[in-house]
Write a protein that binds this ligand. Structure first.
Ligand SMILES: Nc1ncnc2c1ncn2[C@@H]1O[C@H](COP(=O)(O)OP(=O)(O)OP(=O)(O)O)[C@@H](O)[C@H]1O
Ligand SMILES: [Mg+2]
Length: 343
């Protein structure tokens, strides 16, 4: 018998009902199968696209309006507790005791979950906080707080780690550290699902990605598959007599345009036709000084696929348009009150 996919979402729909206000369709229709051990899957979408809602459904924290959500083959809505030992998660602002040290916070969580104290050392070391374990949580930088939350999610040594916007609010150095951490966790053999609205972050850390927009699946696949939606790659040519080169290429039916950089031309052909460019120029008696393919970026693909405005470079933590007052009481699915941090 083949094992169930680690995460399986079928036709997920989530509508938030609100008092005296219109309903909000947070997830319209989502199908997703993922979770290869040892890989990082990016869950990408602009603010408000339904990432956190989907993750909450996955963790049994809220009840889908319709559709099926399974983790390790277990229906999250009714029985997430059966999968919980295999899943660690960090969702939006993790709660810790501010006056307690990082170590003490983790020890408490370990005690509650019946996890050996030795595991606290292990996870502190993974997230690089062994040296600062005695400092109070409130004295940690945002990046350290995020790393402690990841350590908490790793306590039970989960097979699946779900991180909702782990780099939110971090500076570039903090984001770089976070990427290294996420990669190293995947290299231990865990399946990692990481959500983000920051494209560059995803691009550098993920093996494959899913893009959602307004609660709908836009595309899912490897980075190369997604990048195909970015429009054509460019071939950039470096050449002494740029204007003459444009004329020679145009005579052969190939469009090219100058770049701001002196001697650089962008040629409108796929990267795999770059040898044609060399040949056409050589036949015209022109020899290029350099030629390289310029890859279409994930960001360009994302914009083409969603028509979304470019996201801001960073957003304050927990800035989804969510309003606690809008929560309705019957939202809780299987009675879970915490994320993997505490569950
Ligand atoms: N508890 C709630 N009550 C009402 N509407 C909600 C609630 N939680 C989320 N929403 C709405 O559902 C939509 C999706 O929100 P969600 O938080 O899932 O998006 P997101 O992709 O995680 O966004 P972000 O990148 O800002 O974190 C938004 O329109 C949001 O306002
Ligand atoms: Mg969110």
């Amino acid at each position: 018998m083949t094992a169930a996919p680690i995460v399986e979402i079928r036709d997920l729909r989530k509508v938030y009902s609100r008092m005296r206000k219109d309903d909000v369709v947070a997830v319209e229709r989502l199908d997703l199968t993922l979770g290869t051990p040892g890989t990082v899957h990016g869950f990408l979408g602009p603010n408000g696209s339904g990432k956190t809602t989907t993750i909450r459904c996955l963790l049994g924290l809220i009840r889908p309006t319709s559709g099926a959500v399974r983790v390790f083959g277990v229906d999250s809505t009714t029985s997430f507790h059966l999968a919980a030992p295999r899943v660690g998660a960090m969702v939006e602002n993790p709660k810790m005791f501010p006056n307690f040290s990082g170590r003490r916070n983790l020890s408490l969580l370990a005690d509650m979950a019946g996890i050996a104290k030795s595991e606290v050392d292990r996870v502190l070391s993974i997230v690089g906080l062994s040296e600062r374990d005695g400092d109070s949580f409130e004295s940690y930088s945002l990046g350290m707080k995020q790393r402690l939350a990841i350590a908490a999610a790793l306590l039970k040594n989960p097979e699946l780690l779900i991180l909702d916007e782990p780099a939110n609010g971090l500076d570039p150095a903090g984001i770089a550290e976070m990427r290294i951490l996420i990669r190293s966790i995947a290299e231990e053999g865990k399946a990692v699902l990481v959500s983000s609205h920051q494209l560059a972050e995803i691009e550098q850390v993920c093996d494959d990605v899913t893009i959602i927009h307004q609660g709908n699946l836009i595309e899912s696949g490897t980075l190369d598959q997604i990048r195909r939606h970015a429009g054509a790659d460019n071939v950039v040519v470096e050449i002494e007599n740029r204007d003459a080169a444009i004329t020679v290429l145009a005579a052969a039916g190939v469009q090219a345009r100058p770049r701001p950089a002196e001697r650089e031309l962008v040629v409108d052909v796929d990267a795999d036709r770059s040898s044609d460019v060399t040949r056409i120029l050589a036949e015209g008696g022109m020899y290029l000084q350099g030629l390289y393919a310029e890859r279409a970026t994930l960001e360009a693909a994302f914009l083409n696929l969603t028509g979304a405005a470019p996201p801001p470079p960073t957003a304050p933590p927990g800035d989804s348009a969510q309003n606690d007052a809008d929560y309705i009481a019957d939202d809780t699915a299987s009675g879970q009150t915490g994320t993997g941090v505490a569950s």
